[in-house]
Design a protein around this ligand. Structure first.
Ligand code: PMP
Length: 367
């Protein structure tokens, strides 16, 4: 269609939309045959029980709207974590849950405290909702120091534990001290990667009315394609999220997603087996990266964050791509030399190592 009159692309946009810098997800390549280690998906498929449950759900009731409260899923998640269903708020991926939480809790006069290196979507939500963020620098070894978040006026705190893209984790005692140091504001702990070796703060929920923990089924439960995540917290926090959700979309989770997600929580054995396989591969890969001269941050996640002292991060990522391996590079201050490498199957890790050996020998003096 030919436009009748020329108009600037953004002429009809609202000022907020003109100012947005949206989040850029990792590449989802159309080419097959690439070894995809760039978006922290699980290399293993979901439990066969998930597929059975989705197939059964597809055969009945799709003409009807789903339960707006996803009651079955809230019960399954609550049972797994030893919490009442009233403490669980599920959504269409944890990104949606995070967006609702930012809207519900962080539009305050005081700034939201956010690490300077963390999941970059947090700053996008701040822009979208007009939330003032104050960046709190990680230390020289890219660790979060909870003392840096204490005794500052704050309209909220958000951290990822393990952090992304660094993969490093804080012990529970430090999360507890963070919660106690900011008792009058919501502390959101994004535990997207917690099942790969960090301590969860779920157990602190009954004793901390200001704690909101966010989880996803995209990583340790192999369900990135289903789009399910949730927040856990005391019911007064969940009520706020429900108000936002019911002012936005009554049915964020469809019938197939609820059926699949419930089955994923029921198949504990499969979950344990696959997350341990990923952790084992991570530890083996870390050793091999050391042998090639990489510095690797200690990871409690399903990825490692690594740099080679003799190689430029962007150039190395580009060279790996030529060898058919996708990893993630962030062209950002402080983390520019690093690659974030998702843990694959043992076969994928071997392909990565072969590609790395070629890439390192090719570009030896590239830095
Ligand atoms: N939090 C963190 C720290 C993440 O890395 C991701 C994945 N990109 C998410 C949340 C969002 O995950 P999802 O929307 O797939 O649940």
């Amino acid at each position: 269609m030919v436009p009748r009159a020329q108009m600037a692309n953004d002429a009809l946009w609202s000022p907020v939309v003109r100012g947005l810098v949206p989040y850029t997800p990792g590449e989802q390549p159309r080419l097959s045959g690439l070894v995809k280690l760039n978006t922290n998906e699980n290399p293993y498929p979901p439990s066969p029980r998930v597929i059975d449950a989705i197939t059964a759900a597809a055969q009945q009731g799709l003409q009807l709207y789903p339960d707006p409260e996803s009651t079955a899923l809230r019960q399954a998640i609550g049972t797994y974590h030893g919490l009442d269903a009233a403490c669980i708020f599920p959504g269409n991926g944890s990104d949606e849950v995070l967006a609702h939480a930012f809207f519900a809790f962080f539009q305050q006069t005081q700034p939201l405290l956010v690490p300077d290196v963390t999941y970059s979507f947090y700053r996008v939500y701040c822009q979208l909702y007009g939330i003032r963020a104050q960046l709190v620098p990680l230390d020289a070894s890219l660790q979060i120091h909870v003392a840096d978040y204490a005794a500052r006026p704050a309209g909220g705190v958000v951290i990822a534990n393990p952090n992304a893209p660094t993969g490093t984790a804080l012990p529970l005692a430090e999360i507890e001290s963070l919660l106690s140091s900011q008792p009058d504001t919501v502390v959101l702990v994004d535990e997207a990667y917690v099942d790969f070796g960090a301590q969860s703060a779920m157990a602190l929920i009954p004793s901390h009315p200001n704690l909101l923990v966010v989880h996803t089924l995209s990583k340790s439960r192999s369900l990135a394609g289903l789009r399910v995540g949730f927040a856990a917290g005391q019911p007064h926090l969940i009520d706020a999220l429900v108000r936002v959700k019911n002012s936005f979309n009554s049915y964020p989770l469809d019938r197939l997603a609820v059926a699949g997600a419930v089955a994923a929580y029921e198949d504990v054995a499969y979950f344990e087996q696959t997350r341990h396989a990923v952790m084992q591969s991570r530890d083996a890969l870390t050793l091999e990266l050391w042998r090639l001269g990489f510095e690797v941050l200690p990871s409690a996640a399903n990825f490692v964050f690594a740099r080679h002292p003799a190689h430029d991060g962007a150039a190395l990522a580009a060279r790996l791509r030529e060898h058919g391996v996708l990893v993630r590079h962030f062209a950002q201050p402080r983390i520019d030399p690093y690659l974030r490498i998702t843990i694959g199957t043992p076969t994928q890790c071997e392909a990565l190592m072969r590609a790395l050996k070629h890439s390192l020998s090719f570009g030896a003096a590239q830095k």
